[in-house]
Design a protein around this ligand. Structure first.
Ligand code: SF4
Length: 238
């Protein structure tokens, strides 16, 4: 980042898995030491995204819609299942929408970073339809290394995010329609026989909590329990 340039960071909702529990309250303060002035979980935009998905389904007159949130699934559809392209929701991903919102709030000469378990999100940010999204996409592995190198934890004090997302928005991590590429491919091939609805398809097994950009991967049961613990920790304040 250029020193003196206003900077914001959006944290994908699996961020509690990237840091030890004792560090959760220090995350905003540690990121402020890296130079970010707005620090928010991506899920702050989830209520907006739900509305945009409904509008997209109405406009596309679609009985079945597929989320465009997972770059692996979007690539699968575009490369091998062109008949499923019309099913893709026109609503942007939460990452794209949040990064655009952060840019609007900070002004045109800013840097917006998206931190994620998903290395493929860098491709999403480069797509023309997602212009104005993140300037930089970094994995949680890279973010934890950056924080360690800068000694940010030692200097950080507990503070709140610039805005916290409602606690229920994190529960989306634990609700999987379909995950894993084989299962996604199979469902998309049968899209004519699917019940009407919105389908969240996630290319990694177990969804984004299984994303390759997360450090310290525990088994899946432990990861779910950690997310539940985080939800409980913010439940009465968000
Ligand atoms: S499921 Fe995997 S590939 Fe898809 S958005 Fe999540 S981390 Fe990325």
């Amino acid at each position: 980042m250029v020193s003196g340039t206003p900077a914001a960071i959006s944290l994908a909702p699996s961020f509690p898995l990237a840091f030890a529990k004792e560090r959760w309250p220090l995350v905003p303060g540690a990121l402020a030491h890296l130079g970010f002035s707005i620090i928010e979980p991506t899920t702050v935009v989830l209520p907006d995204i739900m509305r945009m998905r409904l509008e997209s389904a109405e406009q596309q007159k679609a009985r079945v819609q597929v989320s465009s949130c997972c770059p692996k699934v979007v690539r699968l559809i575009e490369d091998s299942l062109p008949e499923a392209v019309p099913l893709l929701s026109a609503a942007p991903s939460p990452a794209t929408h949040h990064c655009r919102d952060l840019r609007k709030r900070l002004g045109p000469d800013c840097v917006v970073v998206f931190a994620t378990p998903c290395p493929d999100k860098a491709d999403e940010a480069l797509r023309p339809e997602n212009s104005g999204s993140a300037d930089e996409v970094i994995t949680f592995i890279e973010l934890t290394e950056w924080l360690d190198q800068r000694g940010a934890w030692e200097k950080a004090e507990a503070r709140e995010f610039s805005s916290q997302a409602p606690y229920w928005t994190y529960a989306g991590l634990l609700v999987l329609d379909v995950s894993g590429m084989d299962s996604c491919r199979q469902l998309l091939r049968q899209s004519d026989s699917l019940a009407p609805g919105f389908y969240e398809l996630l290319g990694c097994r177990h969804g984004c909590v299984g994303g390759p950009g997360l450090p310290n991967l525990n088994n899946i049961g432990v990861r779910g329990a950690v997310i539940l613990e985080y939800i409980e920790s913010i439940r009465h304040t968000s």
